[in-house]
Ligand binder design. Structure first.
Ligand code: ZN
Length: 150
């Protein structure tokens, strides 16, 4: 195992053990639920939007380590970003998880999110890692109902 993947592993374990923004956001003005039937991961994403900017973001849910760590990293990454920036991040993350991102140039700008890049080698786990992002997008779009990875 390379140093890089060990580092990534640490990031995932850390976010799984002490997830960031893991709470209900009482004054959220957008909210969406997500479900990954393949693994049983469930998540609710709360957003407080102000003038197109994500002022606050939080999540609740239960699921595997990957889904929880990914959700935690997602909230830490999109806080303070505009809706458009968050959409762009979604695209980048999606590319990374499906292995379409240029590993060198692309991963560098992903920052800590790159910790999830190894997931693309485990197709069954891709949906665990992308669930929080799908749910974020549903919340941004104000879609009602359940976001699913299917
Ligand atoms: Zn999962």
């Amino acid at each position: 195992m390379s140093d890089i993947s060990e580092l990534y592993q640490e990031v995932i374990l850390d976010h799984n053990k002490s997830p960031r923004n893991f709470r209900k956001l009482e004054d959220a003005n957008r909210k969406a639920d997500g479900y990954n039937p393949l693994c049983g991961d469930q998540i609710t994403v709360y957003l407080k939007m102000e003038d197109g900017v994500i002022k606050e973001v939080a999540f609740q849910g239960s699921g595997c380590a990957i889904s929880k760590a990914s959700a935690s990293m997602m909230t830490a990454s999109v806080k303070g970003k505009t809706e458009i920036e968050a959409e762009q991040m979604f695209d980048e993350v999606h590319k990374m998880l499906t292995g379409e991102l240029n590993p060198k140039a692309g991963l560098e700008k992903m920052g800590k999110l790159a910790a999830l890049s190894g997931v693309c080698n485990f197709p069954a786990r891709v949906k665990c890692a992308s669930l929080s992002w799908h749910t974020l997008r549903a919340a941004l779009k104000g879609e009602q109902g359940l976001a699913s990875t299917e």
